[in-house]
Design a binder for this molecule. Structure first.
Ligand SMILES: [Zn+2]
Length: 179
């Protein structure tokens, strides 16, 4: 999927720079495969996971803004058998079939527009801010502004966790608002 996206976008992959930005729709093994094929990595801030539980990904050429979303066609599992009729199992039919099938037969490709521009997803690396409520450091422009206060997403109410024994974040937020 990654290599085909590179072919369609005219980019040599795996890339040696950060031109390709990939948004992968699963946190499963497909994410690692795409990372290896494209050389886009979470740690390099060229790979982002939007976990929809799908083997699908959007590949963005950050120079042109062109974005292609690729997803395996719904009938690929069955069609793999046509390419590997001797395979002793379904699994092996897929293993062999996917290698023989032309990429255009494997994937549906759609041109898409990102709802959040890629510049904002990438943001300004290296930028740092301090949350007015919890005092923790926020990197890469992920701070948000609420009531004129610069906050981390957690203190702004977007937290994915609750603290077990303390509501200090909420308390310090209230203190910061009232001061
Ligand atoms: Zn905070």
């Amino acid at each position: 999927m990654g290599l085909y996206a590179g072919e369609l976008l005219g980019l040599a992959l795996p890339q040696s720079d950060k031109r390709l930005y990939t948004i992968v729709e699963t946190d499963g093994c497909a994410a690692d495969g795409i990372a290896v094929a494209t050389n886009c990595w979470v740690g390099r801030r060229t790979l982002r996971i939007e976990d929809y539980g799908k083997v699908a990904a959007t590949f963005v050429d950050t120079h042109t803004g062109q974005a292609l979303r690729l997803v395996p066609r719904p009938d690929v599992r069955g069609r793999a058998r046509d390419y590997a009729p001797q395979a002793p199992s379904k699994w092996e039919a897929q293993l062999i079939g996917y290698q023989l099938m032309p990429a255009a037969e494997l994937f549906d490709v759609r041109e898409v527009v990102l709802r959040t521009p890629v510049e904002r997803l990438i943001s300004r690396p290296g930028r740092k801010a301090i949350c007015a409520a919890c005092g923790e450091e926020i990197m890469n422009e992920r701070e948000v502004t609420r009531d004129g206060l610069l906050l981390c997403r957690a203190c702004a109410g977007e937290s994915y966790y609750d603290e077990l024994f303390s509501d200090s974040c909420m308390l310090s937020f209230q203190a910061a608002v009232s001061s």
